[in-house]
Every structure is written in structure tokens, then in C-alpha cells.
Design a binder for this molecule. Structure first.
Ligand code: ZN
Length: 62
């Protein structure tokens, strides 16, 4: 059974640091939409259908 069709219990909130400007903001690990830095607009995460691909630097997990 494909694992990606099952709702993951591992969803969490990540503190992601923008590699462009150093801003840190909270990103949902399974975000279904592109998350952009609120300061410079760089993409911090993008959806993959499951766990979002984090494009910045994860500095903490909540
Ligand atoms: Zn930024």
C-alpha cells in the first residue's frame, strides 16, 4: 500500500531560516502551498503532495 496515500501522523511545525535574508518563520511540515519568506519573498517550502520540501534551513522543530 503506498504510504503517501495515508495521512501522516508526523506533521509538525518547523522553524525555517531563510537563506536569503536570515529571517526565521514557522512553516507547516505538510504545507499544501508554497511558503514564502515574509521579508524577502524567497520560497521557504513547496508542496510535494506529502511532506513539503524545505528550501530554507530548518533550525527547530516544534
Ligand atoms: Zn528572506
Amino acid at each position: 500500500m503506498p504510504r503517501d496515500l495515508i495521512a501522516s501522523p508526523k506533521s509538525r511545525f518547523l522553524e525555517v531560516k531563510c537563506t536569503g535574508c536570515g529571517n526565521q518563520q514557522t512553516v507547516y511540515s505538510h504545507s499544501a502551498r508554497v511558503v514564502k519568506c515574509r521579508v524577502c519573498g524567497a520560497e521557504l517550502a513547496k508542496p510535494t503532495g506529502g511532506e513539503a520540501e524545505i528550501l530554507g534551513e530548518t533550525v527547530a522543530v516544534h
